[in-house]
Design a protein around this ligand. Structure first.
Ligand code: F6P
Length: 320
């Protein structure tokens, strides 16, 4: 019988619970013992694991957060961290591990795979910053949360004829900003990958005002390099329009996962169990062109994210 573990690591994302549920229930259906490891790699180092039964994952499908808790483990990132984690896996007699997390967690999974562990990686992050998969678990929910906020902001922004800067998450990846900007009809989107000249931002606001727009929405990803407080002052100065900032912050990480995130999490979780059952080497699971795919974990980690300049262009065209 196989004994497998599952952990969630890094920033939580809506849908992580759906992934845990799928791994636990599919694993048990395949005759495996499934252990839930608490607080990510930190808990793995401590051997903090509990045997999961079907009932342990009841009533969690629709909940944000992660019932296994999560952490960003400094100890695991130390040079001796992965070897210690491997020893802990051996003590727990785990012959496979499912890791759900973002970019940092993938780097950790890679180290464990290099050291000889059998790892299945599931993309769980709101950031959508993993190049090997079209979408990550939690991204769709986060974008919908931002869209919901933009709709409300539009009401008050029009009433006061203001400019509103909506600051969204994305330290290194601008996908939340880009998709929310597209879906929410923003004037300008600022991201780590796309930094227009400041004069372009002001001109865009002025063009909208000149054609009778009541408000403007600027989406600013936290890692764009434009501090929202400075931008607010500059926009007011150059356009003469009152400008306000809304920082959505951790609101974007919570909430009930959308149908897309539940499906992605469930299908990726089910695939990870199938691969472990087949005795497959370490793989990263994700989605490409609407299909669930699995790739060699090293190939997945080496993939580079491409910036779709056409999408940024389209946001600008649509808001003229
Ligand atoms: O989960 C990814 C992310 O949401 C980033 O976009 C953000 O910068 C970061 O996590 C902040 O997370 P924390 O404050 O929990 O480290």
């Amino acid at each position: 019988m196989k004994r497998i573990g599952i952990l969630t690591s890094g920033g939580d994302s809506p849908g992580m619970n759906a992934a845990i549920r799928a791994v636990v229930r599919c694993g048990i259906a395949e005759g495996m013992e499934v252990y839930g490891i608490r607080r990510g790699y930190e808990g793995l180092l401590d051997g903090d694991a509990i045997k999961m039964e079907r009932s342990n994952v009841g009533d969690i499908l629709h909940r944000g957060g992660t019932v296994l808790k999560t952490a960003r483990s400094r100890r695991f990132m130390e040079p001796e961290g992965p070897q210690m984690a491997l020893e802990s896996m051996a003590q727990l007699r785990l012959n496979g591990l499912v890791v759900v997390g973002g970019n940092g967690s993938l780097q950790g999974a890679l180290k464990l795979a290099e050291a000889g562990a059998s790892i299945m990686f599931l993309p769980g992050t709101i950031d959508n910053d993993l190049a090997y998969t079209d979408f990550t678990i939690g991204f769709d929910t986060a974008v919908n949360t931002v869209l919901d906020a933009i709709s409300k902001i539009r009401d008050t922004s029009s009433a006061h004829e203001r400019v509103t800067i909506v600051e969204v998450m994305g330290r290194n990846c601008g996908d939340i900003a880009l998709y929310a900007g597209m879906g929410g009809g923003a004037e300008v989107v600022l991201t780590p990958e796309h930094k227009p000249r400041p004069s372009h931002i002001y001109n865009k606001v002025l063009m909208g005002l000149n054609r009778g727009k009541l408000h403007s929405i600027i989406i600013n990803a936290e890692g764009s390099g434009f501090p929202s407080a400075d931008l607010e002052v500059e926009i007011e100065k150059y356009t003469g329009k009152e400008t306000r900032t809304v920082v959505l912050s951790y609101l974007q990480r919570g909430g009930s996962p959308t149908a897309n995130d539940r499906m992605l999490a469930t299908l990726c979780g089910a695939r990870s169990v199938k691969l472990l059952k087949e005795g497959s080497l370490s793989r990263a699971i994700g989605t490409r062109g609407g299909q669930i795919v699995d790739l060699d974990i090293f190939e997945a980690a080496a993939a580079e994210k491409k910036i779709d300049e056409d999408l940024y262009e389209l946001v600008e065209v649509l808001s003229l």
